[in-house]
Design a protein around this ligand. Structure first.
Ligand code: HDE
Length: 695
C-alpha cells in the first residue's frame, strides 16, 4: 500500500504522538522565532528526515538531519579529572572593611561595591553523574570578576589538604578513584586502594580525619565553610607583604547530615544538594557567606608550632582570628548548566595585582595543573573567551588563532615591541601585576621535603580532641565503616597504628568496632605536640538553632484538617523554614472539600529529605499507611536521625505504637506547636546512642 504524503504542508505529515498534546510543533505564524540551522536557514520540518518516499531510505543530502545529529554526537566534553560533579550559581562579592593597609587590590580596598562572581561547589572523587552526598571533600571555587582581572579562590570546604607536594596528587587521586581493574567503587573512599595509599602516607592523616568527620557530609552547600587553604600574600602600596588565608563563613552556620541519612538520600534524591541550591535561589532565599581573612606576618609565622607553607596544616582561629571583611551572596542560578557550570574554568593562578602566591609546594604545583587541564577539557587555548570565563574588565593581548578563536583582532601587529601601530596595548609597570620581591635563601637544588613539614599527628589530634562527644562518635564510626570495607588486613592494621598517634581512645574505639587488636603505634617523624583545643573546627558547635534553610515535611492524606496543616505551614514559614507536603497521593481532598496538590508522594519523599516531620492524617488513612513500609520508614528514620516529630492521634494509635519510637521531648503531639518549632531548629543528639551502635 502506498502512504499518502503531503509535500506542501509538513505539519500534516507529523506523528500525532509528538508535539504538544498531539498538536505538531509547527510554526505557522510569526509569534515565536523560527527554528534554523547553524547557518541561519529556517527549518521547515523538525520531525521527519528527508526520505525517498514515506517508507524509503533517508537521503544523504539532508543537511538539516546531518547537522542536528553531528552536533548531538559531539555534545560531551571530558569531565573534570577531579571535582567532576558540581553545581554553581552567580552572585556578588561586597567588601565591608578595607584592607588598604595590606593590599593594593581594589577588590579588597573598595568597600560597598558589588562585584559579580560565579561559585561552583563540587564533590571530588565521583564522576559527573555520581550522587551529591558521598563522604567526600567538597570543592568551593569562586571566580570574582574584579575590575583588575579575574580572581579565582579555588578552595575546599576543609581548611587543609591530604598531601604536601603536588608530586603526590596523581597517586592520591588514582587511589581514591574507582579501582582500575574493576571500575568501582564510584564516589567512595571506603575501599582498599584509598586506605592503602593513605596509611602509607602519614601526611594524609589530618585531612583524613576531617574526611571521617561530619564536615564530609554537608546538609546543604549553603551550610559549608569554604577555605582557600594555602597561605597567599597581600602586597601593599609600599611593596610590603602580609600572609593571608581566605575563609568563607556560611550565614546558616555549619550543618551536616548523619551518615545513615547520606546513604539513604543518595537513593532518594541523588541531586539533594544541587536541588537545595536551586530551590533556595528560586525562592529568593539567597545563600550567603561572610568573607574573612587570617592575616599574619613572616615573623609571626616563624613562631607557629607548624609550618604555614604546609597545606596539611590549618592555622587555628584561636591563634590567628578570622577577620570578617566582606560577604558573598548567590542570587542567580545559571541559565544553562553546560554553558556556565560545566564550562567555567578555575585556576588558582588567576589573581589581581596586590595578591600573590606563597611558596607552598602544593600551591606551586596547582598553578601549573589547572591551565593544563582546561586545555584538554575545553579543547584549546581560547577557553578564556567563553562568556563564563571572560573577565568583565577591559582586556587586550597579542595572542592569536587557536581552536575556536572568537575574537577578530584588527590591525597589522600582534607582537611587541612594535612601532607600526602606536595605539596598541602595552605593559603598564605602575598598574600591572608584580610578584613580591622575596629574598630567597641560597637553597640547594634537590628533591627534598622541609623538616618543618614532618609532624603529621599534632593537628589531627587537636581536631579530634576539639569535637563534641557526638562528633567523636561519628568520627570513630566513620573510620570503622570505611575500614570495614577494606579487605586487606594489613591495611586496616596500619591505619590503626596511625590512629594511636592521634588519640588512643579513637584507635581503641575503631579497633573494637572492627574486632581487631591494637597494633604498635606508627613511628612519628617528629614529636607530637598537644595543641590547645579549637572549637572552631567542630560542626555541631557551629550549627545555629534556626529553622532558616531547614525544611519540614508534613504528611497528610484524604480528609486531613486543612486548618491544622495551615497552622503548621505558617508557623514553619514564620520561623524562616520551608515546607513540603507529602501524601499517599498527589491530589488530596481535605476535610473542607478542597483539593490540594502534594509536593511528593510518601514513597518518593522519605523523611531523610526533611529536617523535621509532622503527621496530620485521619484514622482510616493511618490504618492503611500502617501497612506501608515506606510510611513506617518515614517515622522510624526521622526518629533514628534525631529529628523532631509532631504527630496526631491517629498517627500515634496506628503507626507510632507499632514502631520503636520513644516519646522523648522531640516527639510531641500536634497541639504542642511551639515545642515542635523549637525542636525543628536542631537535632536531639542525645537520642543517637539509643538508636545506633556507634563506635
Ligand atoms: Fe584541585 N584540581 N588540585 N585542589 N581543585 C582541579 O582542575 C590539582 C587541590 C580544587 O569547580 C582540576 O578544572 C592539583 C587543593 C577545586 O571547576 C585540576 C592539586 C584544592 C577544583 C586540579 C590539587 C583544590 C579543583 C580538575 C595538588 C583546595 C574544582 C578540573 C597540587 C585548595 C574547580 C579542573 C571547579 C579542580 C589539580 C589540589 C581545589 C586537575 C595538581 C589543595 C575546588 O587541575
Amino acid at each position: 500500500m502506498k502512504d499518502k504524503i503531503n509535500h506542501n504542508d509538513p505539519a500534516k505529515n507529523m506523528c500525532p504522538h509528538t508535539g504538544n498534546g498531539g498538536e505538531p510543533q509547527y510554526q505557522a505564524d510569526d509569534s515565536v522565532p523560527n527554528l534554523t540551522t547553524q547557518q541561519g536557514v529556517v527549518i521547515s520540518d523538525n520531525q521527519n528526515s528527508l526520505k525517498a518516499g514515506p517508507r524509503g531510505p533517508a537521503l544523504l543530502e539532508d543537511f538539516v538531519l546531518r547537522e542536528k545529529i553531528t552536533h548531538f554526537d559531539h555534545e560531551r566534553i571530558p569531565e573534570r579529572i577531579v571535582h567532576a560533579r558540581g553545581t554553581g550559581a552567580h552572585g556578588y562579592f561586597e567588601l565591608t572593611e578595607s584592607l588598604e593597609k595590606y593590599t593594593t587590590a581594589k577588590i579588597l580596598t573598595e568597600t560597598g561595591k558589588q562585584t559579580p562572581l560565579f561559585t561552583r561547589f563540587s564533590t571530588v572523587a565521583g564522576n559527573k553523574g555520581s550522587k551529591d552526598t558521598p563522604r567526600d571533600v567538597r570543592g568551593f571555587a569562586v571566580k570574582i570578576y574584579t575590575e583588575e582581572g579575574n580572581w579565582d579562590i579555588v578552595g575546599n570546604n576543609m581548611p587543609i589538604f591530604f598531601i604536601q607536594d603536588a608530586m603526590k596528587f596523581p597517586d592520591f587521586v588514582h587511589a581514591v578513584k574507582p579501582e582500575p581493574d574493576r571500575g568501582f567503587p564510584q564516589a567512595a573512599s571506603a575501599h582498599d586502594t584509598f586506605w592503602d595509599f593513605v596509611s602509607l602516607t602519614p601526611e594524609t592523616m589530618h585531612n583524613l580525619i576531617w574526611l571521617m568527620s561530619d564536615r564530609a557530609i554537608p546538609r546543604s552547600l549553603r551550610m559549608m565553610e569554604g577555605f582557600g587553604i594555602h597561605s597567599y600574600r597581600l602586597i601593599n602600596a609600599e611593596g610590603k607583604s602580609t600572609f593571608v588565608r581566605f575563609h568563607w563563613k556560611p550565614k546558616l552556620g555549619v550543618q551536616s547530615l548523619t551518615w545513615d541519612e547520606a546513604v539513604k538520600i543518595s537513593g532518594a534524591d541523588p541531586d539533594y544538594n544541587r536541588r537545595d541550591l536551586f530551590e533556595s535561589i528560586q525562592a529568593g532565599d539567597y545563600p550567603e557567606w561572610e568573607f574573612g581573612v587570617q592575616l599574619f606576618t613572616e615573623e609571626e609565622a616563624a613562631e607557629f608550632p607548624f609550618d604555614h607553607l604546609d597545606a596539611t596544616k590549618l592555622i587555628p582561629e584561636e591563634l590567628v582570628p578570622v577577620k570578617i571583611v566582606g560577604k558573598m551572596v548567590l542570587n542567580r542560578y545559571p541559565d544553562n548548566f553546560f554553558a556556565e557550570t560545566e564550562q567555567v574554568a578555575f585556576c588558582p593562578s588567576h589573581l589581581p595585582p596586590g595578591i600573590d602566591f606563597s611558596n607552598d609546594p602544593l600551591l606551586q604545583g596547582r598553578l601549573f595543573s589547572y591551565l593544563d587541564t582546561q586545555l584538554k577539557r575545553l579543547g584549546g587555548p581560547n577557553f578564556a573567551q567563553i562568556p563564563i570565563n571572560a573577565p568583565k574588565c577591559p582586556f587586550a593581548n597579542n595572542q592569536q588563532d587557536g581552536h575556536m578563536q572568537m575574537h577578530v583582532p584588527k590591525g597589522r601587529t600582534l607582537y611587541e615591541p612594535q612601532s607600526l601601530e602606536p595605539n596598541k596595548p602595552r605593559a603598564n609597570y605602575k598598574q600591572g601585576f608584580k610578584s613580591f620581591n622575596e629574598q630567597l635563601d641560597d637553597g640547594v637544588k634537590g628533591r627534598v621535603r622541609a623538616e618543618s613539614f614532618a609532624d603529621h599527628y599534632s593537628q589531627p589530634r587537636m581536631f579530634y580532641r576539639s569535637q563534641t562527644p557526638a562528633e567523636q562518635a561519628h568520627i570513630a564510626t566513620a573510620y570503622a565503616f570505611e575500614l570495614g570495607k577494606v579487605e586487606t588486613a594489613h591495611v586496616r592494621t596500619r591505619t590503626l597504628s596511625h590512629l594511636l598517634n592521634i588519640d588512643e581512645d579513637l584507635a581503641k574505639r575503631v579497633a573494637d568496632a572492627l574486632g581487631m587488636d591494637l597494633p604498635e603505634a606508627a613511628k612519628p617523624a617528629a614529636p607530637i605536640v598537644d595543641m590547645p583545643e579549637s572549637p572552631a573546627v567542630q560542626t555541631i558547635g557551629l550549627s545555629p538553632k534556626t529553622l532558616k534553610g531547614r525544611q519540614v515535611g508534613i504528611l497528610v492524606g484524604a480528609g486531613s484538617k486543612k486548618a491544622s496543616i495551615e497552622k503548621f505551614e505558617n508557623a514553619v514559614k514564620a520561623a524562616g523554614g520551608s515546607v513540603k507536603i507529602v501524601a499517599p497521593s498527589i491530589e488530596v481532598k481535605l476535610d473542607d472539600g478542597t483539593t490540594i496538590q502534594a509536593d511528593e508522594r510518601v514513597a518518593g519523599a522519605p523523611s531523610v529529605l526533611f529536617d523535621a516531620v509532622v503527621s496530620i492524617i485521619m484514622p482510616d488513612v493511618a490504618k492503611k499507611l500502617a501497612k506501608d513500609s515506606s510510611t513506617l520508614d518515614w517515622f522510624n528514620d526521622a526518629f533514628n536521625h534525631c529529628k523532631a516529630i509532631a504527630y496526631c492521634g491517629a498517627t500515634d494509635e496506628f503507626i507510632l505504637s507499632k514502631l520503636p519510637v520513644e516519646k522523648d521531648e522531640f516527639v510531641t503531639p500536634l497541639d504542642e506547636l511551639d515545642a515542635f518549632i523549637e525542636n525543628a531548629k536542631t537535632r536531639l543528639w542525645e537520642r543517637e546512642p539509643k538508636v545506633r551502635d556507634l563506635a
